[in-house]
Design a protein around this ligand. Sequence first.
Ligand SMILES: *[C@@H]1O[C@H](CO)[C@@H](O)[C@H](O)[C@H]1NC(C)=O
Ligand SMILES: *[C@@H]1O[C@H](CO)[C@@H](O)[C@H](O)[C@H]1NC(C)=O
Length: 390
Amino acid sequence: MKQLMLTSSLFVLICSSISAVSGGNVFCYFASWTTYRPGNGKFDVSNIDPSLCTHISFAFVGVGENATVRIIDPWESNEDYGPKGFEHLVGLKQQNPNLKVLLSMGGWNEGSSKFSQVARNPELRKRLALNVLAFLKQWKFDGFDLDWEYPGFRDGSNPAIDRDDYTALMSDLRDVLAPEGYILSGAVSGAINRIEISYDIPALNKLMDYINIMVYDFHGSFDPYVGHVSPLYASSLDSSHGDNVTYNVASGIQYWLDNGADPSKINLGIVTYGRSFTLADESKTELYAPIQGGGKEGPYTRQEGILGYNEICELHSDWTYVWDDEQKVPHRISGNQWVGYEDVRSITYKTDYAISKNLGGMMVWAFDNDDFRGICGDKYPLMNVLQKIR
Ligand SMILES: *[C@@H]1O[C@H](CO)[C@@H](O)[C@H](O)[C@H]1NC(C)=O
Ligand SMILES: *[C@@H]1O[C@H](CO)[C@@H](O)[C@H](O)[C@H]1NC(C)=O
């Protein structure tokens, strides 16, 4: 009888965590290091409007020694003398009681090799899952978001076995987190030639509450030519450039759907930053035009090849605006500078696409490059568009 009750209460708990999966998600990432930006670029939890999101995830913690949860920057995360990111982010639930606050582990800078090592060792996998559970409890998070970029790719990864090991890691996380009602999600690639190597979609679909698909970073100054960071559809120019014809939102999402992902689990990812280029020849501005390198850095993001929407609207509204009607995305050009980005119009197309595919919702990276101060008009113009899916 005791066994039976335990089983049925587990059943209820698992169902309640599954019922967390419903349409209308706006899954937002908080990039904690933006607190170091200067001037109007400085962003912290107090700048978040918690009514804009159904879920907010803290980015990032890392993987520590012996499969522990590693706090990357204690000052911004948890020290008394800093902005106390964990505590304040979770505290946003007082303003929006329906909000779920998650913890993200990984990200681009964390690399692939530590995940690969933990995931291939059954003992370390279980230990990581238990350490994550304890960490979520300690800081009162509602769930965990794994952002391994990417299984089978980059230094120290293992293309032959990371795919199955990633599933095994998700499975161990689910075994530990789901019975206690915690949400489990992951940020995954939206590029078909990556997906095939990184993910066992039918298996992951059973384990994850949300599949946050990063259908962006398809092009950037890591390539030697111009391209948009996140086209919704292919350009006719893509068809003579191999797999580039699949480097767009619709192809990536459709691939996940066709290969076994439940639409209601998918959150379609958008970015609030643009990717910029310095053209090799000012007169050649079309897609695949040769570049010298990334575009000039902006005052807030301070990185060549990147410009936030806020930087573009505050500083570059005089650049020539071009709408690509095939890709359904804008770019701006000035002299030898070219930036592809998202605006209200392109995000409206993407949100409508997500609605037409009955997706669970939208994901956004991240608050801090939207016009969160309302310097160019209303506050949060980009994230406001996402609300139509709720
Ligand atoms: C690793 O963690 C486990 C469980 O938390 C602990 O028992 C073990 O002593 C640790 N090993 C090392 C080398 O720290
Ligand atoms: C994209 O196009 C470029 C330029 O033609 C080509 O070098 C590259 O291999 C293509 N990428 C893929 C993934 O096919």
